[in-house]
Design a protein around this ligand. Structure first.
Ligand code: MOS
Length: 734
């Protein structure tokens, strides 16, 4: 099915199952421990051996010599995989450095061996006996020091590296009110609960990987390319995933090493990347340096806006596209954005929840707070004045498909009690606490991607949906079930949803918050095909048949789905493809974040007291799971504001705080109260679902609202994230 004209009224609009806050249909399986995760496939591979990864102890250089004899002789050891015995490997398109290194070492903790044993403990003990002599080379590890060596990065999801409209320099020079500031954000780790993990088994030349992967079809292609085997010999199974946040978009070392290990010992092998290895072995969100210039008239109306971003990656890597939102969020005839990429020999940088906007808004939305103060305009009102209903780089001929930023700002401010804020910083005291409020806009692109599904009705009249879509904790099972139930006129408990298997039709997968809208649109397409088959079996015209209460109806005639399905069942498969509606219309999701903090007058301890937000993201398919997505993302935004940072050892080139004890993320006690309001919106240019993504929107801007609240509480403006106590105390002393 092709989606190339705006959606009219369709079966989803009934809103009988879609739009209802149903509990997750996979919830019971997860909380009772019966949902099998990749490392736990005792059912599928009961005799699996255990692999333990040996990571490189240098950031750059070569392995001069490697001695695995002691490891091989250790108790229980079944094999050791290294570059010397793995055979020639290809490199996937999506990992920057080889997943099995050696003799060249590309980054610290890059996998250079896998030790396989009968137990995890034996594998781990033997891994310590692998002797490696390195010939280290000097590398570059300091983004700030390398900044002037930045080059134009390759084009990625973020579009071109640079954009220019009008004459920024001239307009900025004559602006009545100016803000010119630099902001920095550190490297971030995804820190999802489930580590990267794979169980691998060979049957002849056929490989099955039970693995935690957000993008099943991409993974199949990458495994085939890396191992040099045909795609049809690779099966990826990824039905349950304990979080990803972008960490599991791409294949990592666990999958390739488990496959190589299983081949070597002729028995299934399971590999998890240990927690302390994850930050350096896998990907992270790259640190940024951002320079923002805003030029406005005395009423705060922007005429000139510029956002420049520097980030680093390994040779062949990509940039953190943190200026993305600045191309679309605010008005201004004179604009420029630019990204520069420097070569660093730190571990591989890549996508993490809302790549681009998540850190771009940490800078832009603080700059907007600074503009509000400089122009004497309320920060909510300032954003409303600078709203634009079309793509400001392309002009009015490219309107937004839907854009309710102003509604979000107004409704959110109302609900949060913004009117009570004192615009003068440092004025409100509550016991030991200085109290302040901040606001920030939320913005995240709406991407759409082709997605397929197979749907059927079995002999019992149960509806089955199969697609290789993944559920990374987002609620895909439930919204896909809801879509199928809505389309066929049955209750949600009549639907069985099967996900995450490369034997199922290729879906959009889980990434870039495109999953919910795109994967359900694929189910919509398959359901339309199935409805046509059922109507034909009933002898009714497909465009007049009604699907209600488990029946196919025409006027006062009806037949049950179960009878129509017969003994063989009825099946249909289709996919949703997209025309150019996302080119003709700018498509994005919007919101407004509000935060109230308290800052201790002596210790500068920051406590978030309340967070609230209003969000417009098209049709909300399930308000309960969507709210969970948004509050989880707001929590991550609070983490980015206050505590999250990978600390770089710029001498040796690695992330020092590589475990959950020292890479700090918020816990429940850090986040007392979060309020989420969804603004009614249907986006008929996004898909027949009229939905958009919401999984990443909530992180976008949340941290800036925290930063702005700290400023309002204390009068201290920090621009170097995370905003920790030491920085606040130093600024206060100065
Ligand atoms: Mo998202 S960072 O594209 O999983």
């Amino acid at each position: 099915m092709k989606f190339d004209t705006p959606a009219g009224i369709n079966p989803i609009d009934k809103g009988r199952v879609i739009g209802i806050p149903h509990d997750r249909i996979d919830g019971a399986a997860k909380v009772t421990g019966s949902a099998p995760y990749a490392y736990e496939r005792h059912d599928a591979a009961p005799n699996a051996a255990y692999g333990w990864i040996v990571g490189a102890a240098i950031a750059k250089g070569r392995i001069a010599a490697m001695d695995v004899r002691a490891a091989e002789a250790a108790p229980g050891v079944l094999g050791v995989v290294t570059h010397a015995n793995a055979g020639k490997l290809g490199k996937g398109n999506m990992n920057t450095a080889p997943l099995l290194g050696g003799p060249q070492v590309d980054h610290y903790e890059q996998a250079v061996a896998l030790v396989i044993a009968d137990t995890l403990e034996n594998a781990r003990d033997a891994a310590r006996l692998v002797r490696i002599d390195y010939a280290p080379e000097s590398g570059r590890f300091d983004l700030a020091a390398e900044r002037l060596n930045g080059v134009i990065p390759p084009e990625g999801f973020g579009g071109p590296s640079d954009t220019k409209t009008g004459d920024f320099d001239a307009a900025f020079a004559k602006a009545a009110v100016k803000v010119e500031q630099s902001y920095t954000t550190p490297d971030h780790s995804h820190a999802m609960m489930e580590p990267h993990a794979t169980t691998a088994a060979w049957n002849g030349d056929k490989l099955t990987l039970w693995t935690a992967n957000q993008m099943v079809a991409w993974g199949v292609g990458e495994v085939a390319k890396t191992l040099g085997i045909p795609k049809q010999n690779v099966r990826l199974v990824s039905p349950y995933i304990g979080g990803g946040f972008g960490a599991k978009l791409f294949l990592r070392a666990d999958a390739i090493l488990a496959a190589l290990g299983a081949k070597q010992i002729g028995r299934p092998v399971k590999v998890a990347i240990a927690r302390h290895q994850i930050p350096n072995n896998t990907t992270h969100r790259p640190a940024t340096i951002q320079r923002i210039r805003l030029g406005a008239d005395k009423n705060g109306v922007i005429d000139a806006i510029a956002h420049e971003v520097w980030s680093g990656d390994l040779p062949g890597g990509g940039a953190e596209t943190a200026a993305q939102q600045t191309r679309l969020l605010y008005r201004g005839a004179n604009r420029m954005t630019a990204h520069r990429l420097v070569t660093l020999n730190l571990p591989e940088g890549n996508a993490m929840r809302a790549p681009g906007e998540a850190v771009g808004l940490l800078a832009l939305e603080v700059a907007m707070d600074e503009l509000a103060e400089a122009s004497g305009v309320d920060p909510v009102e300032l954003r409303i004045r600078n709203d634009v209903q079309y793509d400001p780089e392309a002009g009015p001929q490219r309107p937004f498909s839907s854009r309710k930023l102003v509604e979000c700002l107004r409704a959110g401010a109302d609900r949060f009690g913004w009117a009570k804020r004192n615009p003068k910083p440092g004025q409100i005291r509550d016991g030991r606490w200085l109290v302040g409020m901040g606001v920030a806009a939320a913005f995240r692109n709406n991407l759409v991607a082709k997605s397929g599904a197979r749907m059927g009705i079995d002999a019992q009249g149960k509806v089955i949906v199969e697609t290789d879509m993944t559920d990374i904790g987002t609620g895909s099972y439930t919204i896909i079930g809801q879509t199928a139930a809505e389309m066929l006129g049955v209750q949600l408990d009549q639907v069985t949803v099967r996900l995450g298997d490369s034997r199922f039709p290729v879906s959009a997968g889980s990434g870039g918050q495109w999953g919910a809208n795109s994967s359900t649109a694929g189910v919509y397409a398959a359901a339309m095909a199935l409805r046509a088959k059922l109507a034909e079996k009933a002898g009714y015209p497909a465009d007049q048949a009604q699907f209600e209460d488990g029946l196919v109806k025409l006027g006062n005639k009806s037949q049950t789905l179960a009878v129509l399905a017969g003994r063989d069942g009825v099946w249909a498969e289709d996919s949703m493809e997209y025309g150019d509606l996302d080119k003709r219309y700018a498509q994005a999701t919007f919101g407004a974040h509000f935060c109230e903090v308290g800052v201790d007058i002596d210790t500068a301890e920051v406590r978030i007291r309340r967070m609230g937000g209003a969000f417009a993201a098209g049709r909300i398919l399930n308000p309960k799971s969507a709210r969970s997505q948004v509050i989880g993302a707001m929590t991550m935004g609070a983490g980015a504001a206050l505590m999250e940072a990978l600390d770089v050892d710029t001498r040796f080139g690695f992330f020092v705080n590589h475990d959950m004890a020292e890479y700090l993320v918020p816990v429940h006690a850090d986040i007392p109260d979060q309020d989420v309001l969804f603004i009614d919106e249907l986006d008929d240019k996004s898909s027949p679902m009229k939905a958009k993504g919401v999984g990443e929107l909530g992180i976008c801007g949340a941290g800036a609202a925290v930063a702005n609240a700290i400023y309002n509480a204390t009068g201290i403006r920090l621009r170097d994230y995370p905003l920790t106590i030491d920085k606040l105390l130093r600024a206060q002393a100065a």
